[in-house]
Write a protein that binds this ligand. Structure first.
Ligand code: ZN
Length: 350
């Protein structure tokens, strides 16, 4: 897409933020120090090939270069997705899209048709929850594997429960990632990689809606903390269609990652599986708290159904081996989910 078109859409995006009285949340002022510290610690703790390979990746450098962390993840993912769409011949034209962080707390992303294109809005709340939950998950896995940790498993489960409860009770409040109890080391990098894979899948799904022509769907008005937001309404069938198309788009990225090494491809494939497992966790916790079984995503089929569908498509592409890492994350996450739900129930009884 021409640079001027992107710039025009970016302007529309900033106008939209202004209309809703929204400001992007402040980044921690000492971000560079945190990143530098993280890199040193991670290098000291690295023992596996996978971790060593990660340190040579551009992730930390990119984070240091960018003013905004989430936007750096979104920009990188959208560049790759647009390349994938072009290379796979799925659309004759470039999608006329700008992807931007939308600073509200909800666990969601959506497409907003605007004049001359579309905005894909990625809620800050979704990114923050994914980041926190995946970090805690990695800490849990590593602590069990090492049989020793600075934190007990109870501490780790209760940290995840806090994140879930904070999100469900105060969906409009944006907390910074520094409020996480566990920081640093190789775990944080592993978590960041998994979180980027989740974000990339969510974005690819939204791009798929755009290139599948779902933009002509009727609009729906979503009530948010910052006023009503008109988005495109998506039917159940369109959701599964977008998931299928997203996996088709992802094939190109998977091929590229395979050239770097199997673990890179497996990390990318883990994204949708982790994402759906977290959506399931949030839905179950919401049901415990408020008794409403609806999923986080308006009009989307249940995450278990979408997960099974996407898993079968990925398996057709890369077999069981491609899914190994994602399956490990998901089985740990299901174990943690049971603990979290039990803890929420206990607290409700008090
Ligand atoms: Zn969708």
């Amino acid at each position: 897409m021409a640079k001027s078109t992107k710039a025009r859409l970016e302007k529309t995006y900033h106008q939209l933020l202004k209309q809703h009285g929204l400001q992007l949340p402040d980044e921690p002022p000492d971000k560079r120090d945190i990143m530098a510290q993280l890199m040193t610690e991670a290098k000291q703790n690295a023992d596996g090939h996978y971790l060593k390979a990660l340190f040579s990746s551009d992730m930390l450098e990119r984070f240091m270069r960018y003013d905004r962390l989430l936007q750096s993840v979104l920009d990188k993912a959208s560049r790759e997705i647009e390349t994938d769409i072009k290379q796979s011949g799925l659309s004759s034209e470039d999608p006329v899209v700008f992807v931007g962080e939308f600073p509200i707390g909800e666990f969601n992303a959506g497409v907003k048709p605007v004049s001359g294109g579309a905005l894909i809005l990625f809620n800050t709340g979704l990114a923050m929850f994914l980041y926190a939950a995946v970090q805690i998950l990695v800490w849990f896995m590593v602590s069990v594997a090492r049989k020793q940790s600075k934190y007990s498993l109870e501490d780790i489960v209760s940290a995840l429960t806090e994140q879930v409860l904070a999100y469900l009770r105060f969906p409009t409040r944006l907390t910074t990632f520094r409020s996480l109890p566990f920081q640093g080391g190789a775990e944080q990098l592993l978590g960041a990689v998994a979180m980027e894979s989740c974000c990339k899948f969510v974005l690819t799904h939204e791009y798929a809606h755009v290139i599948a022509g779902h933009l002509t769907s009727p609009r729906i008005v979503i009530r948010t903390a910052v006023g009503d937001l008109e988005l495109m309404a998506k039917r159940r069938q369109q959701e599964l269609e977008a998931d299928a198309l997203a996996i088709q788009i992802m094939r190109k990225s998977l091929e590229r990652e395979k050239l770097r090494g199997h673990t890179f491809a497996a990390s990318l494939a883990a994204g949708p599986l982790i994402f759906f497992a977290l959506d399931e966790l949030v839905s179950r916790a919401r049901k415990e708290l408020f008794g409403t079984p609806k999923t986080s995503f308006h009009s989307h089929p249940p995450s278990s159904e979408r997960s099974a569908f996407v898993r079968s498509l990925l398996k057709q592409n890369g077999g069981d081996r491609l899914l190994e890492l994602g399956d490990i994350y998901v089985s740990w996450l299901s174990a943690m989910t049971e603990h979290v739900i039990r803890l929420i129930r206990l607290r409700q009884q008090l």
